[in-house]
Design a protein around this ligand. Structure first.
Ligand code: MLT
Length: 401
């Protein structure tokens, strides 16, 4: 008999955004002509920038000739991209990393979901609430549903995860946070790094939205914090910083001095374990995509993408100020592309999803989808088209909640 992994039965019925898509499709089947504005899933809408397109075309041409054609590449990614990432994101901030500490992949979602494989089944895991649901779901799948320590976020603690009383071994930090838009400052991140050092814990730092940080005093990488190399893995993505949600490219950094421990307390290199995992289960990101990502890191490509990020942050301003002027309480949207809207008191976020769609033809994401502490809140994304975003806000304000 083919037994299933029964941990899957402990998951909620469907993945958050699959659930949302189904509800929108159901609505559309009843209202085929409805003019729906989608501010739900954080998917980018601006096209790839010219420098990236040019690099992709050039890479396609290389693939057309036997002399420059590429087959399997290194599972860890090409050095040209690792170097470009260092030039773009790390050297300007005086963060020292070796190129081969960067593992290129086809997305941060896969990396943050897969990284738990290299840790023991019994590790205690701290996960913020609310937060990107993949951390929790992937650990439930791996049989760790009883090993989770939630770090409750609320307006009272600025939606920032606080160090728990119970000792934990793995800590997922998402900064800027999806969905609340809160960002861990240097002092808060330093406290986490110190905690991890004292407790032989590892921080899994998801910084997929770091390109949206506008406050220059805020850290964009955990490696800006002294000592972080010995306790942190960092995940970054080209999805939201370079319009790559459909192109697929991201990277995970594992410094070579970062160790996990066996049952006898002996240290083992996590870089080695992840490399073993990737070389066995992953065949690398496509050459064309890596050339495109390289172009996004430096020079014109970087500037062009910065303009796209600014465009989305203009949308964030429109949503934030529009709702505030109408008397609503909102968080985020200043250093992140998400606006975290406190629903008028007593409104259930799942029910509000339907009401908003029905009344305003606007799609958002119910806060409870990011954890129980998200109940009573609603996430709107700034990744839409400017005029449509403006219109969505007008519709919401006109609805008069
Ligand atoms: C979101 O809407 O939270 C993100 O788009 C999900 C993701 O990046 O996978």
């Amino acid at each position: 008999m083919a037994h299933i992994n029964e941990s899957y039965l402990e998951l909620s019925g469907s993945y958050l955004f699959a659930h949302i898509n189904r509800r929108v499709a159901a609505f559309r089947s009843v209202h085929p002509d409805a003019d729906i504005i989608r501010l739900g899933i954080g998917d980018v809408t601006r096209p790839l920038v010219p420098a990236v397109i040019q690099a992709m075309h050039a890479a396609v041409e290389e693939m057309a000739s036997a002399a420059t054609f590429r087959g399997y590449g290194p599972e860890q990614g090409y050095e040209f991209l690792q170097e470009a990432i260092l030039d773009g994101d790390y050297r300007p901030r005086n963060v020292k990393l070796d190129a081969d500490e960067i593992f290129i992949s086809d997305g941060s979602k896969c990396d943050v979901a897969n990284i738990q494989e290299i840790f023991g089944a019994d590790v205690k895991i701290a996960i913020a609430d609310p937060v990107y649901p993949v951390y929790l779901d992937s650990n439930i799948m791996a049989g760790r549903s009883r090993n989770i320590v939630f770090l409750p976020g609320s307006a009272g603690n600025d939606f920032l995860p606080q160090i728990p009383e119970e000792k934990v071994d793995l800590i997922y930090l998402c900064s800027p946070n999806n969905p609340t838009g809160s960002v861990l400052d240097r002092a808060a991140l330093t406290r986490w790094v110190e905690y991890a050092r004292e407790n032989r814990a590892i921080i899994l730092f998801d910084s997929a939205y770091s390109a949206y940080i506008r406050d220059e005093t805020l850290p964009r990488s955990i490696y800006e914090i002294p000592g972080a190399r010995e306790v942190a893995i960092e995940f970054k993505s080209f999805s939201k910083s370079a319009s790559f949600t459909g192109v697929r490219c991201a990277y995970t950094i594992i410094p070579k001095e970062l160790n996990g421990f066996d049952g006898n307390g002996n240290p083992h290199s996590l870089h080695t374990l992840w490399n073993r995992r990737q070389t066995t289960k992953f065949n690398g990101t496509s050459y064309i995509v890596q050339r495109a990502a390289e172009a996004a890191c430096r020079g014109e490509g970087r500037l062009q993408n910065q303009a796209v990020v600014d465009y989305y942050m203009g949308n964030a301003d429109i949503i934030r100020t529009g709702l505030e002027r109408a008397g609503h309480t909102v968080y985020g949207g200043k250093n992140a592309p998400y606006i975290w809207w406190k629903l008028p008191s007593g409104l259930d976020s799942m029910k509000f999803f339907d009401t908003l769609l029905e009344k305003c033809r606007v799609v958002g994401t119910p806060g409870v989808g990011f954890g129980s502490c998200g109940e009573g809140y609603f996430r709107l994304t700034a990744f839409g088209d400017r005029e449509r975003t403006r219109e969505a806000v007008e519709r919401i304000v006109a609805a008069g909640w």
